[in-house]
Design a protein around this ligand. Sequence first.
Ligand SMILES: Nc1nc2c(ncn2[C@@H]2O[C@H](COP(=O)(O)OP(=O)(O)OP(=O)(O)O)[C@@H](O)[C@H]2O)c(=O)[nH]1
Ligand SMILES: [Mg+2]
Length: 208
Amino acid sequence: MKPSPFQVVDASFLYGMAPGNSAPESEAPEIAFAGRSNVGKSSLLNQLLGRRNLVRTSSTPGCTRQVNVFASRLSDGWTVHLVDLPGFGFARRSREERVSWGTLIEGYLTSRRSLRMLVILVDARRGPEEEELQLIEWVQGARTIEPALELIAVATKLDKLSRAQAAAAVANVSKAIGLPTIGFSAQTGEGRDALWRALKRVATPPMP
Ligand SMILES: Nc1nc2c(ncn2[C@@H]2O[C@H](COP(=O)(O)OP(=O)(O)OP(=O)(O)O)[C@@H](O)[C@H]2O)c(=O)[nH]1
Ligand SMILES: [Mg+2]
């Protein structure tokens, strides 16, 4: 196999935000990854960053409990911050906890100027459900600041489908969610280059 043109030479955890503890706006553009619990957000980030365990993942839903920001630099000098969000649709939290989390994530998505792109992850086998469609509609209406937020979708866990099923599933997700959609597997790395190509649209080029 040909080596990927998207080699990450630096990747590190920068900071986490919990309710009541946000972070100052960053100079670097941010790309956030949203989706229901267990859809594969943290695994996708490890695959993108080329690190096995930089981002904590778990087969138990509700693993990511903060808004976690990671810095990355590609071998050609481009940089961007990748933001892992706690999953939604995870009920095993108190109502109070869910409200404070909702406020943190909603505030982050609507008011964060450094946020330039939102990637919505959908399990390729399930397709988008009400929560994903609501999130998209809500964020498009609620975010009124410049610059505009670019939205794309990723269909995850493609390795669990046959080739023919995978192609059909990605097309279905794209149609149902109404966004350009990239098929992805954190296990095989399929879709990694296509996703990096899309993410680079909002990344920072190297200093001359
Ligand atoms: N086969 C397969 N399994 C995956 C893939 N991506 C994630 N998983 C598995 O799915 C489970 C959940 O993955 P995470 O990356 O922790 O999911 P998450 O969306 O970050 O979950 P929360 O932090 O709870 O919101 C883990 O057991 C992963 O190993 C994939 O592409 N293929
Ligand atoms: Mg996670």
